[in-house]
Design a protein around this ligand. Sequence first.
Ligand code: FE2
Length: 254
Amino acid sequence: MGIYIMNKLFKQYQWNSTDQKSLDTHGHLILPNLLVESAKEKLTKSLSSIQDMLPGDPERPPNHYAAEFDSYLASLITHPHMLDLVSVVLGDSIRFDHCVSLNRLPGNSGVQWHSHEYGDGESKLGFLRIFLYVNGFEVDDGGLKVVSGSHLFRDSTINAESDAKLENGWLKGRRHPDTGVPLHIEEVSVPTGSVVLMWTHAAHAVSPRQKASKTRWAVVYAYRNPGLPSEARWISKQFERNGVPEAEYLMSLY
Ligand SMILES: [Fe+2]
């Protein structure tokens, strides 16, 4: 019991139908300030050690395979709090897909608009990303940008260099399939310790990190329903076999 308390990941919270509805309607859901203090400290340490390893071996970059380079990050793949959250959204048939560090150093240029693939034509196959934003972020400062409803198109080819190009391109004339609201860009900010869930087909981008800001510490854990190959799956053969011995079932492709 003592060890369990020491290793808590999330604060007490209750997933409810409003959370599910919000995730399914918008494509993302922010759970503000959910990480416990001790998890934030450990994550900062682990993510900063991953940062120190970069760029590393181009065949197996430490940021893309973050859990394979840090035992605390690896332990979160099967953390009961993590698996509770994953299974309440994806059901019981789940696979781990990747764990990628998303640290953004001062002056980092951010990421342009994009979406990700998985089961583009198979709406029953879910692919969920769970972002842990250890020290949060602000609008225009390593901040996440999203488009509510974009995930419902299950289009993995969304790509635009700027907000204007997205607005004059993919967004133009499209409406939210459920609400009818014209699709539009939203910039969000989240407090420290926030967790963001996102369906894989949601359009998203990240604004540049200001030069005067500290590093944004963040990591993403991705899980999916098995059934198809996954392009984002970054698990080495060795990690698939021995990385998480107590949860071999999570590691295979199918
Ligand atoms: Fe992404």
